[in-house]
Design a binder for this molecule. Sequence first.
Ligand SMILES: [Zn+2]
Length: 410
Amino acid sequence: MPARTLRGRFLRPRADQRTFDDLPDALLISDETGRIVSFEPTPPGSGVPVTLPGVVWMPGFVDAHVHFPQTRVVGRSSGGLLTWLERTVFPEEARFDRGAYADEVAAEFCKALITHGTTTAAIYGSSHPLATSKLFAALDRSNLRAMAGLTLMDRGAPPVLCMPADTALLACEALIEQWHGVDDGRLRFCVTPRFAVSCTPDLLRRAGALAARYDLPVQTHLSETLDEIAAVAQAFPGHASYLDVYAAFGLVGTRTVLGHCVHLSATEWDALAASGAAVAHCPDSNAFLGSGVMSLADATARGVRVGLGTDVGAGRSFSLRRTCAAAYDAALSRGARIGPDEALWLATVGGARALGLEAEVGLLEPGFACDLAAHDVPAGLDTDALFDHLAFRAEVGSVKNVYVRGRRAV
Ligand SMILES: [Zn+2]
C-alpha cells in the first residue's frame, strides 16, 4: 500500500461535537498501512503541491443501512412497507438465486457506493448464500470497508427467499469462515435477521446464539411502520415491546444496529439507550414509504449512537448527501432543527461509531485510517456555505478520489 501525502482543503470532524473544522490548506500524511501519521495545517514554505485543486477532502461516508439486492429497484413507489416488500422487493430479491445476476449487481452496487463518496457500509445481503458471497467478493475487489450478512427469513416471504434455520445457520457459518475479518477486518460478517415479521422465534434465537458464539455485530429493522409493529405484536404475543422481542433472543446489545426506530415510546427509547444498541436513521426511506419521522432528538438526548442510512432501495439514492438533506428535513419537521454540519457528521463519525468502528474510522487523526473522499465543490464557499452545499446540493459536483486505508476504492 502506498504512503500518501495529500494537500488541500479538509473538513476535519471534531470528536466531541457534531461539526467539523474547516482547514483551508492542510497536509495529511498516511503510512504504508493506510493509517494517518500526521495531519496539520500546511507549514509555510511547504513545497508539496495541492493534490487536487477545487476539491474538499472529508472522511468517507458511512452508510449505516443499505440493501444490496435492492440496487435495481431504487425509487419504485408501490406502496407502504409491507405492500412495497411484496410487490417490488421480494420479486427482485428472488432473482439473486442466480449467481451471475448477483455478480452483475454486486459490481453496480460497489460502484454506486464509491461514486457517492461512501467508504464503509452496513449491508443487508441477499437471502441466497451464493449471492451474498458474491457481494463480499465484489466488496473485497473494490477495496470498500463493510459489514454484511445473509438476510435471514424463514417465513412471511415467498419460498424462494425463505431458508429453514438449520440451512441458514450453516450458510452463515460458511460465510463467516470465508469472509469475516478479511483484509485485517476490512470486511466483517454481520448477523442479519431481516425483521421479526419474517423470522420464527427459533430462527431469531439461533441468530442471537450465532452472534454471541462468534462475537459478531447484528443488524435488523425496528419499528419502521405501524402495520409492521402490529404484525410483530401478533406474531410474538407476550413481549413488552418490539425491541423486547429482539432482546429476548439475545439480539440487542452494544454491537447491534437497529434500522429506523420511527415509532418508539419514551420507555422504548430508554430501553434502547440502556441496551447500548445503535440506530441507523433512514429519513429518506421513511419519507418515501410514508413510514413516519424518527425523533433524532430522543436518541441524542439519551446518548444513543446514531448513523445515517440511505436504506436503498426504499431510500431513493445511494447519496449520503441526499440522506443528510432528508435528516435535516426530518429534524425540522419535528421542531428540533439540526445544522447541515451535524447531518454530515452523523453520516461520517456517527456512522463509524454506530458500526463499532470508532477506533479506526470517522475522525481524521493520527492512528485513524485514511478513509477519505474528495468532493468537487464550487470555488469561494465559506465554511457555512460549504456545509450547506454538501448537505443540500447533492446534484452539484462529483466525487473525485476515494480512499480506504490510503488505497483507491475502485
Ligand atoms: Zn432496510
